[in-house]
Design a protein around this ligand. Structure first.
Ligand SMILES: [Zn+2]
Length: 149
């Protein structure tokens, strides 16, 4: 029997984030000063203001960095080895700690990535996949392919 995953912290402050993921959407907070961030917090980490709103992310970003774990520091992750933990920067600016769904060998710094909301033991999690390479889509001349989204 595998040990259950540690559950994410779902508090009054972070609840909109987890509720949106259940609907397949990734949201982040933005202050009236323009600063945007994750994870959720009560006030703006830049200006300390409290005029904060939730915004939906477009789901695109770039891979900033990642590590590959070959040792499980929690029994619930033993059967997943090796697994990665990545930092993705959303197009809108916030960075989040996540997992890449691609094989580790394909990961590259600054690679374009796209949101993949996955249910993991009943919990919707924001993971990311490498975006299709732009040169794969050039030269097809097919608007249908370009509009595929
Ligand atoms: Zn602010």
């Amino acid at each position: 029997m595998t040990m259950p995953l540690p559950a994410p912290e779902n508090t009054e402050i972070s609840r909109p984030y987890w509720d949106a993921l259940k609907l397949g959407r990734l949201v982040f907070q933005r202050c009236e000063c323009g600063h945007a961030w994750l994870p959720a917090r009560r006030g703006c980490p830049s200006c300390l203001g409290d005029k904060v709103q939730w915004e939906q992310a477009c789901g695109k970003g770039r891979l900033v960095s990642w590590v590959v774990y070959h040792t499980a520091y929690h029994d619930a992750f033993k059967h997943r080895l090796p697994y990665n933990v990545a930092i993705v920067e959303l197009t809108e600016g916030p960075r989040l700690i996540t997992n890449m769904v691609d094989s580790h060998e394909r990961l590259a710094c600054d690679a374009a990535v796209e949101l993949r909301v996955e249910s993991d033991e009943g919990i919707a999690l924001a993971r990311f996949a490498l975006s299709p390479r732009r040169d794969d889509e050039q030269g097809t001349g097919s608007p249908a392919r370009r509009n595929r989204a």
